[in-house]
Design a protein around this ligand. Structure first.
Ligand SMILES: Cc1ncc(COP(=O)(O)O)c(C=O)c1O
Length: 395
């Protein structure tokens, strides 16, 4: 098909041209003198995105799940206890990884579509008077449902329970699209992958560590090798990495961090919030519901839309791709077949979102969903216009 291919899944996202060009650079000696300044720039840029002054940045080849695995094997000794607050597929994944890696995992199930609340965390940790729980894991932005949890409230609840648990946070689909305050929220490990808000191809697993997490990685005896943080930390001073990094992705990351810096992180987050608001305005105009129950907790990077009975999500995705070159994502777990997910993160602007909304509406209509044609684009346009025209109606 001619024209732009709309890849509107919640990652991988669209690659800015500048990032693509940066990755075309010839490779360098990853142990040579070009590496230390490159790594230094990447770490400084990533610290800004994570919201930390002194957090240790660990870059490894791998996907987001690799970074999650690294957060577990480096902080939990064999048989140590992890409590996962799982409000969707990826919270469940954290628990599953913990079990597979030999931790003693308690999975606290929270209904899909809801956020992890400070109350539920407080209740669980206050009950652990003997402080047998070593770490707590939560997902900042649950990609399966489009719900963002308040990580600061999670830490406040742990502290209010007087509990010393480490706080592990998956911000794989949040980082770079939504504000993250690693230091202020008292996070011990935050993990991310390259293919979402950082606007890169998949392949880099990124972690940010607090002093306590660094200490934990030195203490635990869990067998680990590829994702062992200790060699990474030992070589940090020398400005190199223990294994061959995906150098092209590092060039791309250098450029994407520059792009984020040029736009300004507050504006990047505000743009994501505006675009997400425009998508949700369309969903309301279609008289459909988002999976996210509380609008105040709605994600800025992905919206999951429930479909009416009788409308097959698979058919919506198929029609959007076949006729409009628009790729949306299916839903996961109990929502599979009953919802579609629209990714609106990374390199994206107002007119692109207008096209995504129009295309989604057309695909819904083709699949037999009773949406009044034109309602979604009009509603999202009104939501976007507020920025320039002052009121939703442009009055
Ligand atoms: C919140 C979240 N956690 C974990 C993952 C797993 O990351 P990956 O597929 O890069 O391993 C994803 C991927 O979409 C995600 O969105």
């Amino acid at each position: 098909m001619s024209g732009r291919h709309f890849l509107q899944i919640p990652g991988p996202t669209n690659l800015p041209d500048r990032v693509v060009r940066a990755m075309e650079r010839g490779l360098i000696n990853h142990r040579g003198d070009e590496m230390p300044p490159l790594l230094d720039e990447l770490k400084r840029g990533l610290r800004r995105v994570f919201g930390t002054e002194a957090g240790e940045i660990v870059l490894s080849p791998g996907s987001g799940a690799g970074a999650m695995e690294s957060s577990l094997v480096n902080t939990l000794g064999p048989g140590e206890r992890l409590v996962c607050f799982a409000n969707g597929f990826f919270g469940q994944l954290y628990a599953q990884l913990g079990r597979r890696l030999g931790a003693e995992v308690e999975e606290v199930g929270i209904p899909w579509g809801e956020a992890v609340s400070g109350d539920v965390v407080h209740e669980r940790l206050a009950a652990d008077r003997a402080h047998t729980v070593k770490a707590v894991a939560v997902v900042h932005n649950e990609t399966s449902t489009g719900v963002t949890s308040d990580v600061g409230a999670v830490r406040a609840a742990i502290d209010a329970a007087g509990h010393p648990a480490l706080l592990l946070v998956d911000s794989i689909s949040g980082l770079g699209s939504m504000e993250f305050r690693f230091d202020e929220w008292g996070v011990d490990v935050a993990v991310c992958g390259s293919q979402k808000g950082l606007m890169l191809p998949p392949g880099l697993a990124i972690a940010c560590l607090s002093e306590r997490a660094v200490e934990a990685c030195r203490q635990v005896t869990t067998p680990r090798s590829f994702f062992d943080w200790r060699p990474v930390l030992e070589l940090a001073e020398a400005g190199i990495l223990p294994t061959t990094p995906p150098t092209s992705l590092l060039f791309g990351l250098q450029e994407s961090l520059r792009l984020l810096g040029e736009e300004g992180l507050p504006e990047v987050f505000a743009r994501h919030a505006r675009l997400a608001g425009a998508v949700r305005a369309a969903v309301a105009a279609w008289d459909l519901a988002t999976v996210c129950a509380d609008p105040a907790r709605a994600s800025s990077s992905i919206t999951a839309v429930r479909l009416p009975d009788g409308v097959d999500a698979g058919e919506v995705l198929r029609l959007a791709k076949a006729h409009l070159d628009l790729e949306l994502a299916g839903a996961m777990g109990p929502l599979a077949g009953r919802a579609v997910r629209i990714g609106h993160l990374g390199s994206l602007n107002e007119l692109e979102v207008a096209a995504v909304v129009a295309g989604t509406e057309l695909a819904l209509a083709m699949a037999g969903c009773p949406v009044p044609l034109g309602a979604g684009p009009a509603a999202s346009q009104r939501a976007l216009a507020a920025r320039w025209l002052g009121s939703p109606n442009g009055a």
